[in-house]
Design a binder for this molecule. Structure first.
Ligand code: FE2
Length: 279
């Protein structure tokens, strides 16, 4: 990192996010892209047609999604399946995401998770003892990748006290034409607007409204080069637009919480018998 870690920490505290440029080496990006290509090639879409979308109030994603907390599960783009359930586009353009235990189960993602820069980034976000709970590939494929609506990650990843930090690593250049992140500096100070809770008796997940504070009406596009990393607060609203460009916008995200903060039993993400992944 070029700036002193203290400068990054000050920016994170002020804005709710900070960009670490050129945080991940090109060789690591290539290794991760190779790993992702293997997972894409291995996915059997006949056996699993799980789709991920954010325009349906999170309905209908339950069992496959819950199980993905402990495995490596691919989710397709809503537009990627035709009426017969076949892939409507080339295979490498049909995926929305893969998650959420890549760091536990794929040594190439584990190496990223255990890298110095990742530990430093979580420290910038204020975590003293980061415990990694999820890892994810987000594809945003060219021409197909859908919009992700405004949300706060704490709605899905709650601890007591609330101490979760996200990292977003660009594997490819991201700009406003191919669906980069948008955030409003300082907006992490607003309350949590929604909470996604699972009733493990009925195994239903519900998105509850908690607070009527509007989503930001002005935000900045976080246009970053491949290898850059965004460190972001669990309360900062963020969104991304559909990718109608000819370039994909693949990113890897990692989320950790302070090890001493208790993981909410109503969170959809339950790691079961996976060992704690402490950095
Ligand atoms: Fe998010």
């Amino acid at each position: 990192m070029r700036a002193l870690p203290g400068e990054y920490k000050a920016r994170f505290d002020r804005d709710g996010y900070v960009i670490l440029e050129d945080a991940v080496e090109r060789a690591t990006l290539e290794t991760l892209k190779g790993a992702i290509a293997e997972h894409v090639a291995a996915h059997d879409h006949e056996a699993s047609r799980a789709v991920f979308r954010t325009d349906d109030q999170d309905a209908g994603r339950e069992e496959t999604f819950f199980a993905s907390a402990r495995g490596i599960q691919a989710f397709l783009e809503a537009e990627a399946l035709d009426e017969e359930g076949s892939l409507s586009a080339p295979r490498d353009r049909c995926f929305n995401k893969i998650g959420h235990a890549l760091h536990d189960l794929d040594p190439r993602f584990e190496a990223l998770a255990r890298s110095e820069v990742v530990k430093d980034a979580f420290a910038v976000g204020g975590l003293e003892y980061p415990r990694l709970v999820q890892s994810m590939v987000i594809f945003k494929p060219a021409g197909i990748g859908g919009e992700v609506r405004w949300h706060q990650d704490a709605s899905y990843l709650l601890t007591e006290p609330q101490r979760v930090v996200g990292l977003w690593v660009a594997l490819e250049d991201a700009d406003r034409t191919n669906g980069c992140l948008w955030m409003a500096p300082g907006s992490h100070r607003a309350p949590l607007r929604e909470r996604y809770e699972v009733d493990w008796g009925s195994r239903d997940g519900t998105l509850h409204d908690l607070d009527s504070t509007p989503w930001p009406d002005e935000a900045l596009p976080l246009e970053v080069r491949a290898g850059s990393m965004v460190v972001f607060h669990d309360h900062i609203p963020h969104r991304s637009e559909a990718n109608r460009s000819a370039r994909s916008r693949v990113a890897v995200t990692l989320h950790a919480h302070e090890a001493g903060a208790a993981w909410a039993p109503e969170n959809w993400l339950q790691r079961g018998s996976l060992p704690d992944f402490d950095l």
